[in-house]
Design a binder for this molecule. Structure first.
Ligand code: SF4
Length: 355
């Protein structure tokens, strides 16, 4: 089973004849991610050049064979994407974007626009998403050029992408004076789409309910917040500013402004040392949050990155086993089912990310 965007570029290929049971997904820069169940485990990998070449060549062969039967103008679009042309998408992507480091899973098919680059904090021990770039804000003219390059890259494929995601790390932290013109530019370039974005508690707390209402009127609908844990000592140990009390106030403000929220928690973070307090305080925080229909709680299985492993070693923090981490996630899902009816809980697996 194959899927394509409206330009005819490969999106996914499930179970090609040479790799039964494998799912290949093509990112906009033509990286190919493979996924397969193996011995009850999910295995993921990024295809190397030879594997990428093999998939793209086989794809062209399969499309040519289907075209012999179907004579479809849609397949003509697929056939126009030779392996060399598909590979060259990497350069077009690099001309349009700084690397898109991460998105919430329900936004993989957004139109991503980078109003800012990097993260204004960039120092959480576990996070390496934006270590490759300093924080910067796009000027209106640079942003206009970026939007043109994104529109050019996506082409007709933009029709599949029904929302706008304001990147990078915490773009929504910008003052409304800077943010509103950028949102207006993005919505003019990609009309009819709701706007979503990441926010951190310590930067978001600077805005008032009136500021958030202004953003809602400008098209913002859902705010994704990396809360990570409800246990303040763990947050401090991770070098992430903010607190459960600040998160509660901020989410009350966002809800009062009519916005939906998606708080993100990391299951397994802080290992054995913090497990009991992380779970108990995260439950307590969830209990206090005014979540309802339209809100989403993400539970992200923690994967150590950056300086986390060294800090854990120095502090004698032992990791949870995968089963213990799953049990923590299940405990939080169960809590949400029992106490927050209508709130969706979903897994946020950062290793599945692609754009
Ligand atoms: S977790 Fe969020 S605030 Fe911390 S460095 Fe990463 S992007 Fe920045």
């Amino acid at each position: 089973m194959l899927s394509f965007d409206a330009e005819g570029r490969l999106l996914t290929w499930f179970s090609p004849p040479f790799a039964p049971g494998t799912l290949y997904k093509r990112a906009l820069d033509s990286r190919l991610l493979g996924r397969r169940q193996h011995g009850g485990q999910r295995r993921r990998w990024q295809a190397n050049e030879a594997e990428q070449e093999r998939v793209f060549a086989a794809l062209l062969g399969a499309a040519a064979q289907a075209q012999a039967d179907l004579a479809s103008p849609l397949l003509d679009r697929v056939l126009a994407w030779t392996p060399a042309r598909l590979r060259a998408e990497q350069e077009r992507f690099a001309a349009a974007y700084a690397p898109v480091s991460i998105l919430p899973p329900d936004q993989y098919f957004a139109v991503v626009v980078q109003a800012t680059r990097g993260c204004s904090w960039n120092r959480c021990t576990f996070c390496t998403f934006y270590r490759d770039r300093p924080f910067s804000v796009q000027t209106p003219s640079d942003f206009a050029a970026h939007l043109r390059a994104v529109a050019d890259l996506l082409g007709e494929g933009a029709r599949l992408r029904r929302s706008l995601f304001l990147a990078d790390g915490n773009a929504l932290m910008l003052s409304n004076g800077k943010l509103l013109p950028l949102i207006a530019q993005a919505r003019a370039a990609f009309p009819g789409r709701e706007v979503h974005g990441f926010l951190d508690v310590f930067t978001g707390s600077r805005k008032s309910v009136a500021d958030w209402q202004e953003l809602r009127e400008a098209g913002v609908r859902r705010v994704y917040l990396g809360l990570e844990t409800g246990h303040d000592p763990l947050l401090a140990w991770l070098d992430k500013p903010g607190s459960a009390a600040q998160a509660t106030t901020l989410i009350h403000d966002l809800k009062a402004a009519g916005l939906n929220v998606a708080p993100i928690f990391m299951t397994g973070v802080g290992g054995q040392t913090y497990a009991a307090a992380h779970l108990a305080d995260t439950r307590r925080l969830l209990e206090r949050l005014p979540l309802g229909v339209g809100d989403l709680v993400y539970l992200s299985p923690f994967v150590p990155h950056g300086d986390y492993a060294a800090r854990a070693r120095d502090s004698g923090v032992l990791p949870l086993t995968p089963a213990e981490r799953e049990a923590q996630a299940e405990a939080l899902r169960g809590f949400l089912r029992a106490h927050k009816p209508g709130v969706q809980a979903a897994r946020y697996d950062i290793e599945e990310f692609m754009y």
